[in-house]
Design a protein around this ligand. Structure first.
Ligand SMILES: Nc1ncnc2c1ncn2[C@@H]1O[C@H](COP(=O)(O)OP(=O)(O)O)[C@@H](O)[C@H]1O
Ligand SMILES: [Mg+2]
Length: 278
């Protein structure tokens, strides 16, 4: 398919913000440093073969989204990266370290945090207690540092500040989603894995969440975003991959994918406006 980008063709890689370490090659071009590199990943649930030879990469400073229908394997991919499922074959590298077989808590302490699908906040605990738990892997962080980071989450989501003593199970869906992202932020991740952050939210809240993702990225967090809301995901991402029944079928700059006729028909709906029209 025409849209499949040649990843070696660096003119397709969108410009990223200054400040991220770039590598100058012998050709004098700037190449981005790879943060996550997945090669030929296969993941199964018993006999059910879900991820089939999935290969992808996320460079430092990028927002990369994975779009795909329900059941395509998006959640399974994030669970594989964060060590919650063991892939049967293939490689997952975070910078220079192979993650396969590494415990989830070690992966968090290496700088990879996961805000899971369905929020999965600790319902009986308060907002504040949930945020503190997010920092559990930061053994060397002082109490003041953690308190400062809690304040940063509250600045990002003032609603959480208002509700800091409320139990998480009594929050609205949108507030739980803010808490799930805030809790992942408390791990001070360099790579943030977000699974369907917009699922079930009212359009206004979807905007808040998406803006937050962009803000976090502007502050230096690399993001791998899984979304069924392809329109929103492509709007804020540098690059994207399409996952169909466990296989990567398309990949490229988000702007190009948003203009691809097949993507528009399958994922964006016929009322989708051109990026240039907005
Ligand atoms: N724990 C599980 N046991 C067996 N099959 C599962 C399990 N979790 C997910 N699956 C199956 O794996 C496939 C991919 O699921 P998932 O990764 O949740 O997709 P997505 O997030 O793209 O909706 C689906 O067919 C789903 O039914
Ligand atoms: Mg899912």
């Amino acid at each position: 398919m025409a849209i499949i980008s040649n990843l070696c063709n660096i003119k397709h890689i969108p410009k990223l913000k200054k400040g991220f370490g770039s590598i100058r090659t012998w050709q004098g071009r700037n190449l981005k440093k790879s943060m996550l590199h997945i090669k030929n990943l296969n993941t199964k649930y018993g006999p059910i073969h879900v991820l089939k030879n999935v290969s992808l990469h996320v460079d430092q400073g990028e927002i990369v989204s994975i779009i795909g229908a329900n059941g395509a394997g998006k959640t399974t991919l994030l669970l594989s990266i964060s060590g919650l499922i063991n892939p049967v074959s293939g490689d997952i590298f975070f910078e220079d370290t192979r993650l396969n077989g590494t415990s989830p808590s070690k992966i968090v302490s290496m700088g990879v945090a996961h805000a899971p699908e369905g929020r999965q906040v600790f319902s009986p605990l308060t907002v504040l207690e949930n945020l503190r738990l997010g920092a559990y892997a930061r053994k060397d962080a002082s109490g003041t540092e953690i308190q400062d980071d809690i304040e940063k989450v509250y600045d990002l989501f003032p609603r959480l500040r208002e509700r800091r003593d409320q139990t998480a199970g009594t929050l609205s869906g949108g507030e739980q989603q803010m808490l799930a992202i805030g809790r992942a932020m408390m791990a001070k991740p360099r790579l943030l894995l977000l699974d369907e952050p917009s699922l079930g939210l009212a359009p206004k809240l979807v905007e808040v969440i998406m803006k937050t993702v962009v803000d976090l990225n502007n502050e230096g967090t690399t993001v791998l975003l899984v979304e069924q809301n392809a329109r929103k995901a492509l709007e804020i991402s540098h690059r994207a991959y399409v996952l169909e029944t466990g296989r990567v079928t398309l990949q490229g700059p988000a702007r190009e994918l948003a203009e691809d006729s097949e993507i528009r028909r399958a994922y964006l709906g016929k009322d989708y406006k051109d990026l240039s029209e907005r």
